[in-house]
Design a protein around this ligand. Sequence first.
Ligand code: ASP
Length: 440
Amino acid sequence: MMGKIVAKFGGSSLSDATQFKKVKGIIEKDERRCYVVPSAPGRRFSDDEKVTDLLYRTFRAKRDGEDYHLPFRLIRQRFMEIASDLMLSIDIKAHLDRIEAAVEAGASEDFCASRGEYLNGLLLADYLGYTFVDPKDLIFFFNDGSFDSERTHQVMAKRLEQVPRAVIPGFYGSIGDGEIHTFSRGGSDVTGSIVARAAYAELYENWTDVNGFLMADPHIVPNARPIRHITYRELRELSYMGATVLHEDSVFPVHRAGIPTNIRNTNDPDNEGTMIMHGAVEEHNPYVITGIAGRLGFSVLSVEKAMMNSEIGFGRKVLQAVEENGLSFEHMPTGIDTMCVVLPTAELEPVKKQVVKRIMELTAPDALTIHDHMGIIATVGRGMVHNPGTAARLFSALSREKVNVRMIDQGSSELSILVGVDGSEFQRAIHAIYDEFVKE
Ligand code: ASP
């Protein structure tokens, strides 16, 4: 039996008729591309509006008693234009009329938001000659809004057996008695991953507008090299970088099923992009590291107390104070007499006083300090395990550049080394690491 590929196309890949044509060319090039998951039309130029944003705008205008016809007219234009440019026979106007009537009748926010994918799916199915399959009957959420993975998998796998070629819109499913419910923004990536698992696909292709991942942020390191192969675990460690290209939750369904993901560029289809693999990557990686990713805006809260290491429950109490204030922490490096908790500054700020007070009450520390304006940099690579001295190289590179390392954490996976640096030294630190490991 022929293997199957699930191809997800992002908003910029389907923003107008020209992009639709490219997508059709890609689909027709490989007959294994049998399930296609579209996003809603994205931006055509830099200050264009995404259809999904216009839909949210329509919902809010109606809710607030403002004129919602204005944004809806723009949505209407976008779909009518694609349909007419491609000379499609589908009566998209009738669908738009029905949606506008639903908005008038007070449709929910998620219903409104999901219509971009729904309409784009109808257009694409018509254009490709594929069956349109509505994910409202295949993707389910529990009443608390979390994704019901097992029910979805069973129902979807059965349904896909009956349709050899289909377009399944991204971003939404149903909740309760069949009300439309969406994933978080960018969620069509998640739909694609779920479809790939249910189709027992050999590959999940995620078509976007970049040639995959780069070894470092090109805004900081111009001409950063592309990453050809990466493992799912490495990508998780690099999540500060991945999130902008791929929705975080899209990793799990395919990873579990052992299906690789290939990030590809609709505007440069000959480029092989980045392959995200399940397990060991055979391909030779010329570098010890796979990539570097960082993010600014962290605070490090350090609690110091002599003999902390032998005080039972010390760590729990610190974390209790964090938890009671509704914070989730990012990292938790510890020393013999100190424990640090790294938190996003924006989340800590509103409850800072309470957290400090509570830690004081619970642990009576010798000192408690908070460093704001921190950047966290993750240097990730499956090659680090077999290469002793990687950490030494990294720290000498930073010290040569006179970067002051405020925090160090080596993940227990031995896949990554995290360093915390002052925000003002963030870019310099990334450069130093990149130059040490990558630049010839
Ligand atoms: N259209 C949705 C959004 O803009 C989902 C997606 O594109 O993945 O967030």
